[in-house]
Write a protein that binds this ligand. Structure first.
Ligand code: PGA
Length: 254
């Protein structure tokens, strides 16, 4: 039985004051929702303030990125050791990191490893670009992205996978529930192929890309979809609470 997860990726939005206001606006509603893991991922500079507000609540905290070295002359980077103790999760390999910051599957894998070694739980993002989808090579792309991080240890350590087709992110053009379900089913088979049936059954695989309060219910009805990684709609308190509630009502995946 996989516990569904609804995760909010705030991306490069909110000042510290904005973040505090947003956490305060959504926290009472989020905290009341049961049966779903609720995660928010504000920018680095707001993690401490958000963490203070979340103490003693059921809402979990994550970062949006991490570097793979523990410390040293890497100006501007944030290490897993700095995040450990501050937050529980970290998004790794988001398509925006792959696209704008040249993160290859190998770099992403190093980040996953470093995060796990520091006791953080990675939310590993994978997904194909529009031209890859149109060229019919989605399977190959996902295989390459996932295989770099296909290590039995990862899946025993609470790793979460987020399938985010790049063409659906921030475009208002979500994958249909059936499309998302089929591709997530494919990803689960990949995990089974590399790591066996137990790892595949246990790992949570979220869908991400233009998830809203209007389409979450349909997505959650699909058996392979274990929740959502939400961008734009996670910046609106009422919408994010509604998405979380609907995920709870749907009861999540098998
Ligand atoms: P979106 O972003 O919900 O705004 O499409 C999702 C994501 O990039 O994680």
């Amino acid at each position: 039985m996989r516990v569904p997860m609804i995760a909010g990726n705030w991306k490069m939005n909110t000042t510290v004051d904005d973040a505090v206001a947003l956490v305060k606006a959504m926290l009472p509603g989020l905290d009341r929702v049961g049966g779903v893991d609720k995660l928010i991922c504000p920018p680095f500079v707001s993690l401490a303030a958000a963490g203070d507000l979340l103490k003693g609540t059921s809402v979990k905290l994550g970062a949006q990125n991490v570097f793979y070295e523990a410390k040293g002359a890497y100006t501007g980077e944030v290490s897993p050791l700095m995040l450990a103790g501050m937050c529980e999760y970290v998004i790794v390999g988001h398509s925006e990191r792959r696209q704008y910051f040249n993160e290859t599957p190998e770099i992403v894998d190093k980040k996953v490893k470093a995060a796990l070694a520091a006791g953080l739980k990675p939310v590993l993002c994978i997904g194909e670009r529009l031209e890859e989808n149109e060229a019919g090579i989605t399977g190959e792309v996902l295989t390459r992205q996932l295989t770099a991080s296909a290590d039995q240890m990862y899946f025993k350590s609470g790793l979460v996978i987020a399938y985010e087709p790049v063409w659906a992110i921030g475009t208002g053009k979500s994958a249909t529930p059936e499309q998302a379900n089929a591709t997530i089913g494919f990803i689960r088979k990949l995990v089974a192929h590399h790591l066996g049936a137990d790892a595949a059954e246990g790992v949570r695989i979220l869908y991400g890309g233009s998830v809203t309060a209007d389409n979450i219910a349909g997505l959650m009805q699909q058996p392979e979809i274990d929740g959502a990684l939400v961008g734009g709609a996670s910046l609106k308190a009422d919408d994010f609470v509604s998405i979380t509630k609907q995920a709870s009502e749907a009861g999540g995946a098998a």
